[in-house]
Structures are given as C-alpha cells and as structure tokens.
Design a protein around this ligand. Structure first.
Ligand SMILES: Cc1cc2nc3c(=O)[nH]c(=O)nc-3n(C[C@H](O)[C@H](O)[C@H](O)COP(=O)(O)OP(=O)(O)OC[C@H]3O[C@@H](n4cnc5c(N)ncnc54)[C@H](O)[C@@H]3O)c2cc1C
Length: 286
C-alpha cells in the first residue's frame, strides 16, 4: 500500500513538482491509520493532499509520507437535511447531489475544484458562503495520537481560507447542515455560478485558483492590475489576462517558475500599492 518515490505531478492541478519519498492513497479509515502508523514509526512528516487544486509542490519533492486522500471514504449519505460526505468526495459532485435533492446551502460552491477534505481544511467558499456556514460535525484522525475524532464546527476554528483547529488532523468526512429549498431555484443558481466561472476564470489552463487571499478592504486581482501586471508572463507562466489573481501555466513550466512569478507579484504590488499580499495557495515541500 505504501509506495516509494512517486511523482506528484499527476496529483495537483498545476501538474508540477517532484516526488513523494513515501506515498499512499488510503480508501478507508483503517488504511489511513495504518499508513499513519508507518509514518509515526519512522518518525517522518505527513503531508495531506486532496485533489491538489490549491497547492504548489516543490520540484525537489516532498520528504516523508504524502497521503493522497481523493479516494478516502468516497460516499455521500443523505439523512433529511443532514448530508454526510467522505473526505474524498469531489466537492462539486456533492453540491450537484444536494441540489438534485432540493437541499440548499452549498449551491454557491458550485464549480469549486477539489475534495470535501480539502474544502473543509481550507474553509473554501464563494459568493458569500463558506464551509464554516454549513459544516456540522467534522470527522478526522489526529496525526499525533492516531485517534479518530469528532469535531464540532467551532472546534475547527474556521477563518478566512483556514481551519486552525484541523492543523494536525486528517479530515475523513464531514456532516453538512442544509435546508430544504426549491429545486428549480437551486438549479438555476448553480447553473448561473458555473456559467459565471467559465466567463471570468481562465479554466482552460492549469492553475490553483486565486493565488492570493483577499486583502482587507481591497481585492488581490485589482492590486495586481494596478501594479500593471495583468497578462504579464515569464516563460510559460502567466498572470492571467482574464483574472489577475490567477497564475496559469501555458506550456511546460516548473513549480520554481510559478514560485518566481508569485514572488515578483508580491514585490511589485507592495512597491506600487503598499499592500503586502498573502498567499492562499499552500506550498508543499518548500
Ligand atoms: C480553477 C480553480 C478555481 C477555484 N475556485 C475557488 C473558489 O471559488 N473558492 C475557494 O475557496 N477555492 C477555490 N479554489 C481553490 C481550491 O479548489 C480549494 O481550496 C479546494 O477546497 C482545495 O481542495 P483540494 O482537495 O484540492 O485540496 P488540496 O489543494 O489538495 O489541499 C489544500 C490544503 O488542504 C489540505 N488537505 C487536503 N485534504 C485534506 C484532508 N482530507 N485532511 C486534512 N487536510 C487536507 C492540504 O494539506 C492543503 O494544505 C479554486 C481552484 C482552482 C484550480
């Protein structure tokens, strides 16, 4: 079950990065705990990946055990207005299923790539709804004790694109608290959001979505435009001319190339506008 020296390129949306020293893709909590025991015995670090849609993986690879969790507990269970989804469920599949069952609360998250586990860990959100608004119980395995845990919403310490209470946890599943609503209304909201994403985001190129968090009182994309960088590229890495907070890969490029452009944006934006941009993208193995 545990493999060595596996390329991580297929496991992130940028399709860049080096190898995992050790690699596992557990499908059940038992497999997960057994992989974690292996890492704990060897005293090695553990890195979690869902769909890798919000990460930049070092070209030098990642030491220790990398867990790809996109197949972990891949099931959805609907019980009236409560919906349980395993960590490996694709978030957008979950949103579609809730809409099809006339359950409202998740429709604004239509089209966000990635898994339920990654979305919970990131407190993902769009159009005014975040995971924290709808998460009930979060199921996890503690990286230190290897015990299975149930965390209440407030114990996850959700914040803007973070969940500090889950810092040393692997999310295995989450219960969402939704509300019955009109199917046609939910469906048209979902369709509009997906249409809007297609118009406003450069979805035909690899990216990690928004590279930077929204700074207080402004927008990262607007600041990048103000710094005159929209459309700017170095080699095959470009600040999208469609959405300046997206960095897209237009051909062969490495994580180091992408990282270089991120650093340049931070430097120029601070110089031109005074704002210090903070990354939303998570660096892995850097
Ligand atoms: C085109 C595009 C559009 C996007 N639009 C949005 C948007 O509108 N809103 C938004 O919030 N995000 C957006 N994103 C970013 C990304 O889709 C979200 O952050 C998503 O929730 C990440 O899920 P993932 O499974 O890919 O996580 P990954 O990118 O694999 O991981 C993200 C973080 O979560 C951790 N993690 C992953 N799985 C687990 C787990 N089971 N347990 C514990 N930790 C875990 C990782 O270690 C990492 O720190 C977009 C990305 C792209 C490419």
């Amino acid at each position: 079950m545990i493999k060595e020296n596996i390329s991580l390129k297929p496991y992130c949306t940028y399709k860049t990065g080096g190898e995992a020293e050790y690699f596992a893709s557990p499908t059940t909590n038992e497999e997960l705990v057994s992989a974690l025991k292996f890492a704990s015995e060897k005293k090695m670090p553990v890195t979690a990946l869902g769909s890798g849609s919000n990460v930049l993986i070092s070209d030098d690879g990642v030491k220790g055990l990398v867990l790809v969790l996109s197949e972990l507990n891949d099931k959805i269970e609907i019980n009236d207005e409560k919906v349980y989804a395993g960590a490996g469920v694709i978030l957008d599949k979950l949103v579609r299923t809730t809409v099809e069952n006339s359950l409202g609360g998740m429709e604004c998250m239509s089209g966000i790539p990635g898994t339920v586990g990654g979305a919970v860990r990131m407190n993902a959100g769009a159009f005014g709804t975040e995971i924290k608004d709808i998460a009930g119980m979060v199921y996890a395995v503690d990286l230190k004790s290897l015990a299975e845990k149930k965390l209440k919403n407030e114990e996850c310490e959700f914040g803007y694109r973070k969940a500090d209470g889950l810092e040393s946890m692997i999310v295995t599943g989450t219960e969402f608290m939704l509300k019955k609503n009109d199917f046609e209304l939910l469906k048209s909201k979902r369709d509009d959001i997906i249409k809007n994403r297609n118009i406003k985001q450069p979805l035909n190129f690899p990216s990690c979505g928004s590279v930077f968090k929204r700074p207080e009182g402004n927008y990262a994309g607007a600041l990048i435009e103000e710094a005159g960088l929209k459309g700017f590229s170095v080699g095959n890495v470009q600040i999208s001319d469609k959405h300046a907070n997206f960095i897209v890969k237009t051909g062969q490029a490495t994580s180091a190339d992408i990282h270089k452009l991120i650093s340049l944006i931070k430097e120029k934006v601070q110089e031109k506008t005074g704002y210090i941009l903070e990354e939303e993208v998570r660096y892995i193995g850097f």
